[in-house]
Ligand binder design. Sequence first.
Ligand SMILES: [Zn+2]
Length: 300
Amino acid sequence: MPELPEVETIRRQLAPHLDGRTIVTARILDPRWTRPEAPAAVEAELSGAQVMRVNRVGKYLVWSLSGERYLLMHLRMTGTLLFDPIAPPPHTRVLFDLEDGHRLVYVDPRRFGTGHVVHGTAARDAYLSARLGIEPLTPEFTAAHLRELARERTAPVKAFVLDQRRIAGVGNIYADEALFRAGIHPLRPAGRLSAGDWTRLRDGIEQALSAGIEAKGASIDDFRHLDGARGSFQDLFLVHRRAGRPCPRCGRTIRKIVVGGRGTYVCERCQPRPRRRSARLSAMRDPGGVPAPGAEPARS
Ligand SMILES: [Zn+2]
C-alpha cells in the first residue's frame, strides 16, 4: 500500500504535468471510485476544470481545482497513476484527458481507491481533519505532541503509529523502519514511552520517511511511478521484510512477529521486548496479594 513517501513521490512527479493545466474530460469507468457520489456528477465537476496545484496531506493527493473545488484522491491498496501510457492498461478506472493531448490514467486492480470532489476550503479541511492526525515533516510534529496524544494509551506503540487519525501517512513499512531506528519494541504500550523515547521515535519516523522519499518510494507491490518505473526504497530496508537476516546494527537475526494483525519486523536486541509483569513477579512483590487478572491460580 502506498504510504506517505510513495504518495509524495507521485505528487512530485504529477505536479509538473498538472499544475496550471485544464482537464478537458474525465471519464470514470468504475462507480466504486466515487461512491456514494454518482460518477457522472464527479465527471461533470472535473471536466473543464483547471488544476491549480497538486498537494499531499497524509496519504491523500489533494488537487486544487478552479472554482475552489478540491479532488481528494486516496490510492488505498493498489492504486497507481500513469502518465501517457502507450495503451490503456488493465484495471483502468479513471481517464483524465488533459489539454495538449496528454492523458493521465488511474489504475487500481483491487478497486479500494477513492476520489471525491468537495467545494471550498472548509469542506476540504473538514474531510481531511476527520480522517487524519498530525502530519510528519511539519513543525507540529513534535515529541511533546506525540507524547500527549499517546497519554494513557495501552495499545502497542506500532498500532498507535499506524493509526491515521493520530499520525498521518505512516503505514506498515515506515512504522517498522521508524521503530527500529528509535530502538523501540513495537509491542511496548504507547502510553508508557518516556519523553526520550518519543524524541527518538519522532526522529525515527521522519528519518525513515525522508529516506523513502529520497529513494522515490518502495515498490514491494503495485506501487509504480508515473512512467511505470519502480521505487528503490525496498533495497534499503533495515528490518522490514528481512526476517532471518542479520540486524544491520548488531548482527542478531531479525524476527517476524505479529502486532495488531500486521506482519512486523524487529531486532529484539536493539528493540528490547517490554517487560511483562508476570503473576510470579507480582506475587514476589506482594506475597499476600490477589493474583493479577488472568494469572494462573497458585498450586498448593
Ligand atoms: Zn540489532
